[in-house]
Design a protein around this ligand. Structure first.
Ligand SMILES: Nc1ncnc2c1ncn2[C@@H]1O[C@H](COP(=O)(O)OP(=O)(O)OP(=O)(O)O)[C@@H](O)[C@H]1O
Ligand SMILES: [Mg+2]
Length: 157
C-alpha cells in the first residue's frame, strides 16, 4: 500500500528551481536578509499566513520569534530558505532578490533545525559534515566548525 506513496514521492519534481546563470551566495553575508512587504499562503490554501511582513535580519544578529501556534514563525524560516517563495513582496539577501541566487548554494549556506527534527544514529563527525558531505574527510575543517559552533573544548571528531 505504501509503495505507491514512495513511487509518487520519487516522481515529484521541485517547483522551485535556480534560474539559468544564477548568482553565487555572498560569502560572507554583508547586509543580511530583508523581508519587504512579504505575504504568503500555502499552495491550495486560501488563508494568508503572512501579510505584508517587513523586517531586516543582519549578520551576527540573534532573533527569537515569539507567537502563538500557527502564527507563521516556521513559515518565515521556510521562506528564508526558499522551500517556498512569497506570494507577494520580496526577500532580499544583501540587497539582491533571493530568487537570483543559485538554490544549491543557498541551501549549502543555511542550516535549519526544524521543531519536528529527527535524530539519526550518526557520529559527531557525520553530524557536523552532513551539511557539506563532500568535506567529511576534511578533519581540519570539521574541527574548526565544531569549535566555532558547538563551543566545547577538548573533543575529538
Ligand atoms: N504545508 C502546509 N500546508 C498548508 N498549511 C500549512 C502548512 N504548513 C503550515 N501550515 C499552516 O500555516 C500556518 C502557520 O504555520 P507555522 O508552522 O508557520 O506556524 P508556527 O508559528 O511555526 O507555529 P508553532 O508555534 O506551532 O510552531 C498554520 O495555520 C499552519 O496550519
Ligand atoms: Mg513552528
Amino acid at each position: 500500500m505504501f509503495l505507491t506513496d514512495l513511487i509518487a514521492f520519487f516522481e515529484m519534481r521541485p517547483t522551485i528551481e535556480s534560474k539559468p546563470n544564477a548568482l553565487p551566495v555572498p560569502r560572507p553575508i554583508q547586509e543580511g536578509f530583508e523581508f519587504r512587504n512579504v505575504s504568503f499562503y500555502y499552495p491550495g490554501a486560501s488563508r494568508l499566513v503572512l501579510k505584508g511582513l517587513n523586517f531586516h535580519l543582519r549578520p551576527g544578529e540573534r532573533v527569537a520569534l515569539i507567537g502563538e501556534n500557527g502564527e507563521g514563525k516556521t513559515t518565515i524560516v521556510k521562506l528564508m530558505t526558499r522551500l517556498y517563495d512569497p506570494v507577494e513582496g520580496q526577500i532580499l539577501l544583501d540587497g539582491v532578490g533571493l530568487r537570483e541566487y543559485d538554490l544549491e548554494d543557498l541551501y549549502r549556506e543555511i542550516g535549519v533545525i526544524f521543531q519536528d527534527y529527527m535524530r539519526y544514529e550518526m557520529t559527531a563527525r557525520e553530524n557536523i559534515a552532513v551539511g557539506r558531505i563532500e568535506q567529511i574527510h576534511n578533519l581540519e575543517l570539521l574541527r574548526r566548525w565544531w569549535f566555532r559552533h558547538i563551543n566545547v573544548s577538548g573533543s575529538e571528531c
